[in-house]
Design a binder for this molecule. Structure first.
Ligand code: ADP
Length: 335
């Protein structure tokens, strides 16, 4: 999906790599988080020790991986990348941790999806740079303590609420990444256009920014589709505003940047469930999507733009959602 905040494939990941800012200075927006991270890194540098563990929380595509790379780069330390789903046994984590060099930055993406047994090993590792390795089985099992090189853990999660408290508490700093303002996305787009050697005027950048769902990953992707459009349909001249609109329409991105799944969820909420309240599980099943995806990818944005509300009794649609879908807003209980 063109407007999905998740990376599409390896090719896209490679392109994203080229577009990633390499320093906090170049990182657009998130002023508060940037200031907090800068202080943390400066303090570590003065004391010549690895920085405290950092948790990055927020929806996909907002810059968590980029920030992890910046942390390593700015502190002049090597970076090791892993992810929760790749750590299915405590042994996977033990192998990873015991191979770190002193001061290394360990990035674990989707840290909420790590195996439970590994989580427990991580508590001790984060706190004391030590793990206990179990050897043998049953009554003869013994645990052998192993000292680790000091490291900085950077964890990323789209679901900070799903992290067990003991894990959350062991991070020295948690950064909550917010959706970007259109003006900030415009800066991301201007920078990316420069990097890919594309000539794009202000109003065109603005239009893409407005339709990027508050997400730099989507802004960069829409930019590339506009570039394609100008290349193929417009003979390679600079994209006009009409080109931008036509390209985005071609890819089903609506006027305010909602993608197909966003619209499916809204549509189910408004038409099928008459505005709610409806439970997350029911809503997810009705659009054929995992509850997890609806909760961590779709809902945060719909709530943020004021189209959906979360109540103790379930999800509800706001009058703004009705207006966007062009559906008359019948008062509850009158249908
Ligand atoms: P996440 O890990 O949160 O899913 P990424 O760090 O992979 O997101 O970012 C996705 C894309 O968006 C990358 O190409 C990255 O360069 C770009 N990006 C994200 N945040 C910013 C930012 N603040 N400034 C510039 N580019 C950004």
């Amino acid at each position: 999906d063109i407007a999905s905040p998740e990376p599409a494939d390896d090719t896209e990941l490679a392109i994203e790599g080229a577009l990633r800012p390499a320093s906090l200075e170049e990182f657009v927006g998130q002023h508060k988080v940037r200031g907090q991270l800068q202080l943390l890194l400066d303090a570590a540098r003065i004391q010549d020790r690895p920085a405290d563990h950092i948790l990055l929380a927020g929806p996909p595509g907002l810059g968590k991986t980029t920030l992890a790379m910046i942390v390593a780069h700015e502190s002049g330390r090597p970076l090791r990348m892993s992810s929760g789903p790749a750590i299915q046994h405590a042994g996977d984590l033990a192998a990873l941790l015991s191979s770190l060099v002193p001061g290394e930055v360990l990035f674990i993406d989707e840290i909420h999806r790590m195996a439970r047994t590994a989580e427990e090993m991580l508590y001790l590792a984060m706190e004391d740079f030590r793990i206990d390795i179990m050897v043998g089985k049953g009554a003869g099992a013994t645990s052998i303590p192993l000292d680790l090189a000091p490291f900085t853990l950077v964890g990323a999660t789209t679901r900070s609420g799903m992290l067990p408290n003991p894990l959350r508490d062991r991070f020295g700093f948690t950064a909550h990444l917010e959706y970007y303002e259109p003006e900030e996305l415009e800066q991301v787009i201007a920078r990316s256009a420069r990097v890919i050697g594309m000539d794009l005027a202000g109003p065109q950048r603005e239009e893409i920014a407005r339709r990027s769902r508050g997400t730099p990953r989507i802004a960069n992707r829409l930019l590339r589709r506009v570039r394609d459009f100008a290349l193929v349909r417009a003979g390679g001249r600079a994209a006009t505003l009409e080109d931008v609109r036509a390209a985005l329409e071609l890819y089903d991105v609506d006027r305010i940047g909602l993608d197909r799944l966003d619209r499916a969820v809204l549509d189910a909420l408004v038409r099928r469930f008459r505005g709610g309240p409806v439970g997350l599980g029911t809503l997810a099943v009705s659009v054929g999507e995992e509850a997890d995806t609806v909760e961590s990818v779709v809902e945060p944005y719909l709530v943020r733009i004021g189209f959906m509300g979360r109540t103790p009794r379930g999800r509800i649609a706001t009058p703004e959602a009705y207006a966007h879908l062009g559906v008359a807003h019948a008062a509850h209980g009158q249908t």
